[in-house]
Design a protein around this ligand. Structure first.
Ligand code: G1P
Length: 291
């Protein structure tokens, strides 16, 4: 059973400056809550029970957000602001815990995942990269489908989506015999990190959601520096592929790259209009703009 998810949050978010100068990019607000909460909710909706943050000294506000805040709770209680009290105490369901480990040096995504080795132990696990928000229908959680497929077949699952050919150099790209239908997993024949435009094996990009076996940690320990002079998770997955079956899962939901400013604005629009309390008024505001 996949119950643990690693969320690497140690990156300094230079693509999101100046917003990320003194707050973590993961704490930037999408509508009425920090971006990281959407990613944690996605994991919890897929059955994850332990969130492992791989973090940095400047990111304590992420841990604080998922912790209790008795001073604030007491104040809200005294003021009889019970709706708000409920909201802040129910960010995480009681069966979900958050732990954090530090990534002492910025050596890459593969290294960040490896930093969680002792917490993961001998369990298979999920990885969710928090820059990308995945918006699913409630009933069709892509991550849950990947977990179910992993549990049924034992094949690692890599979530992918098609990107324009001129953008392949920004992502991990998988090689597959044919493009899978949406919400389907098919055998992956290879994977490469940020190939130059014109050299990519397909246009199916790695979204940043993975279901991986515990043993990939041993491979990460042996992974040399790759693209960008960093230890790449993609390279460890390529090593795993020499011995194990890996599948590319073509996602059904919609992605928003909140690591980029335009992706972030798009997320605010989409989550804003879908917000249960603010959505209708927000739609009216957008109409007023008469663009
Ligand atoms: C990372 C991964 C890459 C993946 C991307 C998704 O790259 O290394 O394979 O496609 O996330 O956002 P980064 O964005 O950290 O450069």
């Amino acid at each position: 059973m996949i119950k643990k998810a690693i969320l690497p949050v140690a990156g300094l978010g230079t693509r999101f400056l100046p917003a990320s100068k003194s707050i973590p990019k993961e704490m930037v607000t999408v509508v009425d809550r920090p971006a990281i909460e959407y990613v944690v909710r996605e994991a919890v909706a897929a059955g994850i029970e332990q969130i492992i943050l791989v973090t940095h000294s400047s990111k304590a506000s992420i841990e604080n957000y998922f912790d209790r805040n008795f001073e604030l709770e007491t104040t809200l209680e005294n003021k009889k602001k019970f709706d708000l009290l409920k909201e802040i105490t129910e960010i995480l369901p009681p069966h979900v815990s958050v732990v954090s480990v530090r990534q002492p040096q910025p050596l890459g995504l593969g290294h960040a995942v490896l930093c969680a080795k002792a917490v993961v132990g001998d369990e298979d696990f999920a990885v969710l990269l928090p820059d990308v928000l995945v918006k699913d229908d409630q009933a069709e959680n892509d991550l849950a489908k990947m977990i179910a497929r992993f549990e049924a077949t034992g094949a690692s699952q890599i979530m992918v989506e098609a990107v324009p050919d001129n953008m392949v150099d920004q992502y991990g790209i998988v090689d597959v015999a044919e493009s899978p239908a949406v919400a389907e997993s098919i055998i992956m024949q290879g994977i490469v990190e940020k190939p130059a435009v014109g050299t990519a094996p397909s246009n199916l990009s790695v979204v940043g959601r993975y279901i991986l076996p515990a043993k990939i940690m041993q491979l990460l320990e042996q992974t040399p520096k790759g693209a960008g002079n960093e230890i790449q998770l993609t390279d460890a997955i390529a090593m795993l592929h020499q011995t194990d079956s890996i599948e590319a899962y073509r996602m059904k939901g919609q992605t928003f790259d909140c690591g980029s400013k335009l992706g972030y604005l798009k997320a605010v629009l989409h989550y804003g209009v879908a917000h249960p309390k603010l959505g209708e008024d927000f739609k009216a505001l957008i109409k007023e703009l008469k663009l």
